[in-house]
Design a protein around this ligand. Structure first.
Ligand code: C2E
Ligand code: CA
Ligand code: CA
Ligand code: CA
Length: 277
């Protein structure tokens, strides 16, 4: 109570959080209209030879005063406000544009994987939305992957699942992201329109300490392979994690051990640079 017998549900800490929220929401609007974002790209590599399989596109927001604001802070705000729709249109187009440019520079056959939020799936006509960016940039459908979190996929409507299936029939791949955190039963995996399972980094971090996580990792790997899916372990930071994942038969890894997300890459003698504006 505040001393006058009035119960306050509004604590100073909540006030700070709300101020920060509204501040970032306004800044986000400005940043979208002035295009203050750029994409960074993190490779997913094969465990045998560390050859690049594909890149995940990850958004970066360089704020003039705050510096780099992490997506874990602003993506949820963009989702709550539906600003993710406009931002997400730019993310897809920019990611396809960059990959198409890299293809032309010689990095053939490498795919780009783009994170798509549940809000986008709900409000965008996903098939046409994807085809539009592919047509505008000349990127082949087979060079694009969509990453959708497990929790979004298992609650998706029948219509959304159909749209994703149409994308797959056109050659686009679909990955189930943060797998293991969304409580889908392993049997539902067979019915989802997916090509790739990305095992959440929680399991990789815990596997060496907690034998239960190791067992779960092992069974995800086995089941995934039996279903003919590609398995990716994310958040691989240490050699022993890399070895463990490799020994479980997981063929692809992503993590700081191999590379952080970057805006440019050396391919042979060429430096391939993302357009940072
Ligand atoms: P995510 O989709 O699970 O992306 C993987 C995150 O793990 C990225 O964080 C990446 O930088 C980070 N990461 C990669 N390797 C390691 C590692 O070895 N150790 C650790 N600790 N982290 C690693 P980032 O870029 O900060 O993005 C965080 C989340 O924000 C993403 O998680 C995704 O949910 C969201 N996000 C990022 N970019 C986009 C985007 O363009 N669109 C949408 N809708 N969401 C995005
Ligand atoms: Ca992702
Ligand atoms: Ca993930
Ligand atoms: Ca994650």
């Amino acid at each position: 109570t505040d001393g006058r017998g009035i119960f306050r549900v509004y604590s100073p800490e909540m006030g700070n959080k709300m101020r920060r929220y509204h501040y970032l929401l306004e800044e986000l609007r400005l940043a979208i209209s002035s295009n203050s974002f750029h994409m960074s790209f993190q490779p997913i590599v094969h465990v045998e030879d560390c050859a690049i399989d594909y890149f995940e596109a990850l958004i970066r927001w360089q704020h003039p005063i705050e510096g780099l604001i992490p997506p874990s802070e602003f993506i949820p705000i963009a989702e709550e406000s539906n600003l993710i729709l406009e931002l997400g249109d730019w993310i897809l187009l920019e990611s396809c544009r960059q990959m198409s440019a890299w293809h032309n520079a010689g990095m053939k056959k490498v795919k780009i994987s783009v994170n798509v939020s549940g809000i986008q799936l709900k409000h965008r006509d996903i098939y046409n939305w994807v085809m539009d960016s592919l047509n505008k940039t000349g990127l082949p459908a087979s060079s694009l992957m969509l990453e959708i979190t497990e929790s979004t996929l298992i609650t998706a409507s029948e219509d959304i699942i159909q749209q994703l299936d149409s994308c797959r029939k056109a050659g686009v791949s679909v990955a189930i992201d943060d797998f293991g955190t969304g409580f889908s039963s392993l049997s539902t995996l067979a019915d989802l329109p997916i090509d790739v399972i990305k095992i959440d980094k929680l399991f990789i971090t815990q596997a060496n300490e907690n034998p239960k996580y190791l067992k779960i990792l092992n069974s995800i790997s086995e089941l995934g392979h039996q279903l003919g899916l590609k398995i990716v372990a994310e958040g691989v930071e240490q050699i022993d994690q890399f070895e463990l994942v490799k020994n479980l038969g997981i063929r692809c890894v992503q993590g700081y051990l191999v590379s952080r997300p970057e805006t440019s890459y050396n391919v042979g003698s060429k430096v391939l640079t993302g357009n940072v504006n």
